[in-house]
Design a protein around this ligand. Sequence first.
Ligand code: HEC
Length: 163
Amino acid sequence: MRKAALALALVAASLVVLPACKRASPAPKPNPLRQAYGTQQDWNNPGHLFPLDYQQTQGKRIFYEKCVWCHADSTPAGPSNRSNLNPTPPLINDGATLNPLSDAYLENVITLGGAAMGKSAIMPPWGRTLTQEDIRALVAYIRAVAQPPYQRPAQPGPRYSTR
Ligand code: HEC
């Protein structure tokens, strides 16, 4: 009889305890870096990484081949040419300067160069060196690393704008 009572007590106890174990712990916050294809270190804050998708990672690769020499303060080879140029090219993460410009404008200035867009001719045209896909990837990368962060407009602007 004592055994039966003990078994009953154990069953009763497990009914009280087990549901408590089942209570779900709050879901862990998804970490965007876990799903990312690549990353870019934040130039303003080395402890911060921007997650990059595939296209943005292609843009990063092209940026570090073709653009880093004028659009960054340091390069894989050491110093950059940026401080020698007048006008000084915007840093590629300069959201204050680049966020207001539309995707269409950025594609145009990269494809056609500064002179064609009424800007300095020091900004070369890339339309014969890079494919349109490359240039779209560069724009995607520019948007991904912008500080302050780029907010895509709710209503896409006109396809062709001068700014
Ligand atoms: C030889 C130096 C040089 C290289 C290399 C270069 N740029 Fe530039 N870029 C400039 C200069 C100078 C300006 C500023 C033009 C002005 O404000 O008149 C500029 C401006 C820009 C702008 C801003 C245009 C605007 O209207 O404010 C973007 C975007 C840009 N470059 C993208 C790129 C990309 C992408 C690459 C690589 C494919 C690249 N640049 C390579 C010199 C360069």
